[in-house]
Design a protein around this ligand. Structure first.
Ligand code: CP
Length: 315
């Protein structure tokens, strides 16, 4: 039984300010566990989680697996490349066969937008979206917001610019939904060809000038160019992109006050961000990664931890 008014986390669409606050507050308690010498609690003992990753991942996959282990869940890792999918089995048959082995939670990354919604319709298990195509990546946005709240104390009224390839970024859409729900001001910055049409409906501002975005923001969340999701060239060259939208120390020094720098990774150093910015004193990029484990522990605990068969005390 979920401790949130949701069975699944398919996206942040539909998650209220209260839901997001509960997740972030719980993640802060989980972070304390990560700082203990013995980083393990029995909270999800008896719960089985399968990590279904159909796309490559470094941070999200490792982070979910670590979160599951820290909470004492049993975990199974599924790799598409060595599965029966390569013999023609469908996603639904694969998922149904795995569920028949009596699992409780499916964490899924898939290249198709909406794939986790499809699974949620056909399986009884709790589904957690670990990134579906260019649609949503809710736990990434939650860890970004937790990192900002840790730094600024609140998200209300905070001015956050999302810079880069907004069209192809699932992280951008989840950040837009989450930040707007939490009362932040969101500015989108990037080339017109990488800006989704009609995005203003979410109550965001759009600028095509990085200097303007820097001038009006407290924090920048910088996204890479997702060349793997582009069928045609949407800008002349990476060199030109870097010239107009690359975040450099020289550009940031023009700001009235130092900006906090976030990046969900993987980074293309020298393209959307220079190394002196990524590794600089205002970067919280590695703190995002630490917070990612705490956020995923919180999400798994809140969605699966209220399981009626669980008798262990909650953290
Ligand atoms: N931020 C993120 O989703 O990174 P991975 O692709 O390495 O999981």
């Amino acid at each position: 039984m979920s401790l949130l008014p949701h069975k699944h986390m398919l996206g942040l669409e539909g998650y209220s300010e209260q839901d997001i606050t509960t997740i972030m507050d719980t993640a802060e308690r989980m972070r304390e566990i990560l700082e203990r010498p013995l980083k393990k609690v029995p909270t999800l003992r008896g719960i089985t989680v399968v990590n279904l990753f159909f796309e490559s991942s470094t941070r999200t996959r490792t982070s979910f697996e670590l979160a599951e282990k820290r909470l004492s869940a049993d975990t199974i890792n599924f790799s598409a490349s060595v599965s029966a999918l390569s013999k023609g089995e469908t996603l639904l048959d694969t998922a149904r066969n795995i569920e028949a082995m009596k699992i409780d939670v499916v964490v899924m990354r898939h290249r198709s937008p909406g794939s986790c919604h499809f699974l949620a319709k056909h399986l009884d298990s709790i589904i957690v979206n670990a990134g579906d195509g260019c649609h949503e990546h809710p736990t990434q946005a939650l860890l970004d917001m937790l990192t900002l709240r840790e730094k600024f104390g609140t998200l209300k009224g905070l001015r956050v610019a999302l810079v880069g390839d907004i069209s192809h970024s699932r992280v951008a859409l989840s950040n837009i939904i989450g930040l707007k729900t939490m009362g932040a001001n969101v500015i989108l910055c990037g080339p017109a060809t990488l800006m989704p049409r009609g995005i203003e409906q979410y109550g965001v501002e759009v600028t095509h000038s990085l200097d303007d975005a820097i001038h009006r923001s407290d924090a920048l969340n910088i996204f890479r160019i997702q060349l793997e999701r582009q069928d045609v060239g949407l800008f002349p060259s990476l060199r030109e992109y870097q010239k107009y939208f690359g975040v450099t120390r020289a550009r940031l020094e023009k700001a009235v006050a130092p900006l906090t720098i976030l990046h969900p990774g993987p980074m293309n150093r020298g393209v959307e961000i220079t190394s002196d910015v990524a590794d600089g004193e205002h970067s919280v990029i590695l703190r995002q990664v630490t917070n990612g484990v705490a956020v995923r522990m919180a999400v798994l605990y809140l969605l699966a931890g209220g399981h009626p068969e669980l008798s262990e005390p909650k953290p």
